[in-house]
Write a protein that binds this ligand. Structure first.
Ligand code: LLP
Length: 433
């Protein structure tokens, strides 16, 4: 009935998440409020874990892309589910290490890692550092030699795939800041250089073609391109790469009409492509890694707001102003992302209003969405925006010095705060005179 399985209705006609009344959660913890259902996150982890096991016969690993939603609780849940972790900054790495995430299951990404970040990755002993460019390769090799550590690396490759998604979240094409190009010979050059180096060992390749992708074909195509390159490397240098990381990017349902591919089907089709290409090219099947972020946490989260004003402009539109906005959800202003909204305390009623939900920042573009269908909304109502578990809290800001909302996590219906609400003291904490 709603976009995520963890959502429902109760006897009062209120929206529920993980079996809990959202109106009651809003009363208890205040708004704006992020609520996440841990059971849903664990279900997603298990479904990926089982598929990879099934189709790659244990020769695979699911790493959660922590940029989608990173906090200590998220890292701990993912660790308990046996997944690996993709981090892209020292902040994400530090969060993971603060809950003793097994470092060998961590992959460190990023197109411009600092010396501090590379050193931290070496010292913590992260499993793989995903090297983006030749400058980083040189630097990492020197740092590894100076610390007398053996460092395993992957190369980030641009497979030249054009996935149909928003421009800002498309990354596989040649005009991208990420990775080494195949067409120009840059990637092969990097492989040959790495093969000569003493500080680093090249274990494999990585690609990530984009995010919120609904088709399977671009993933199959990317797997083929990457395996062809692995075969070329073997032919040209004799080096047999043992790991292939195919990235994340699997789309989720934000709107009722969205129809994402089931992860198991995706895995089955890509695994077939992987096996077939390996046979054709006469190479051993590499260990396969995938890196879902959005699809692990997105459907598990909602954001609750209180309506502060309803402004009807005749023949133009109705603005419904809420107590949050682009500070806690910048995805509309950035990508015109679409969400489903529900008046949580009237969730059982028909949606008979078309409104624009506006945030409280001093910015006309600060909207959660336009042309949104909602129930008969009034001041004081609780609005729930659905499927906000990914890239909302993690991309939140303090624009206009608005404190960030807390995150409440539900496990079997039991609620606990996993990120506290920011206080006004937090807002001025780093200010000096
Ligand atoms: N691996 C790499 C190297 C990535 O760059 C990303 C996402 C992922 C995995 C996970 O992709 P996912 O499964 O979550 O699609 N802020 C944007 C999304 C940016 C994605 C960045 N990279 C948004 O809110 O839509």
């Amino acid at each position: 009935m709603f976009v995520s399985d963890c959502l429902g209705l109760n006897d009062l006609g209120h929206l529920t998440i993980g079996g809990r009344d959202t109106v009651e959660l809003a009363q208890t913890y205040g708004t704006p409020l992020y609520v996440m259902d841990e059971n849903e996150i664990r279900r997603a982890c298990r479904s990926y874990f089982d598929s990879v096991k099934k189709y790659y016969g244990g020769r695979g690993l699911v790493t959660y892309a922590s940029k989608a939603f990173c906090c200590k609780a998220a890292c701990k849940i993912v660790a308990e589910e046996g997944l690996g972790l993709d981090v892209v900054s020292i902040g994400e790495l530090y969060t993971a290490m603060s809950v003793d995430f097994p470092p060998e299951r961590i992959f460190f990404h990023g197109n411009n890692k600092t010396v501090q970040e590379l050193l931290a990755a070496i010292e913590y002993g992260v499993g793989q550092i995903v090297v983006d460019n030749l400058t980083e390769l040189e630097l990492l090799n020197q740092l590894a030699i100076s610390r007398k550590k053996a460092v395993s690396i992957l190369f980030r490759i641009k497979p030249g795939i054009d996935a149909h998604t928003h421009d800002f979240v498309r990354t596989g094409q040649i005009d991208s800041k990420f990775g080494l190009a195949l067409e120009t010979g840059e990637a092969m050059e990097a492989v040959k250089e790495a093969a000569q180096m003493k500080g680093v060992t090249l274990k494999g390749l990585h690609c990530h073609i984009g995010s919120q992708i609904f088709d399977i074909e671009p993933f199959e195509h990317a797997a083929e391109v990457m395996l062809n390159f692995i075969a070329d490397i073997k032919k040209e240098t004799g080096l047999a790469l043992e790991l292939l990381d195919l990235g994340g990017g699997f789309g989720i349902k934000y709107l009722p009409q969205h129809d994402p591919v089931e992860y198991d089907r995706y895995m089955q089709r890509v695994a077939l492509t992987v096996r077939r290409t390996c046979e054709e090219k006469g190479i051993d099947m590499p260990f396969i890694v995938i890196e879902p972020g959005r699809s692990i946490v997105g459907p598990a989260g909602i954001t609750l707001y209180t309506v502060g004003s309803v402004k009807e402009i005749p023949n133009v539109r109705t603005y419904v102003s809420i107590d949050g906005g682009m500070g806690d959800n910048p995805r509309y202003i950035l990508y015109q992302s679409q969400y489903e909204a529900v008046v949580a305390n009237k969730a059982v009623q028909p949606k008979n209003k078309t409104v624009t939900i506006a945030g409280k920042c001093c910015e006309s573009g600060d909207l959660i969405g336009e042309h949104m269908q909602v129930q008969d909304v009034q001041v004081g109502d609780i609005i729930a925006v659905l499927a906000t578990g990914a890239y909302n809290y993690s991309m939140s800001s303090n624009y206009n010095r608005i404190p960030k909302p807390p995150v409440v996590m539900l496990r079997d219906g039991e609620a606990r705060v996993v990120v506290k609400r920011e206080t006004l003291e937090d807002i001025v904490r780093n200010d000096l005179l």
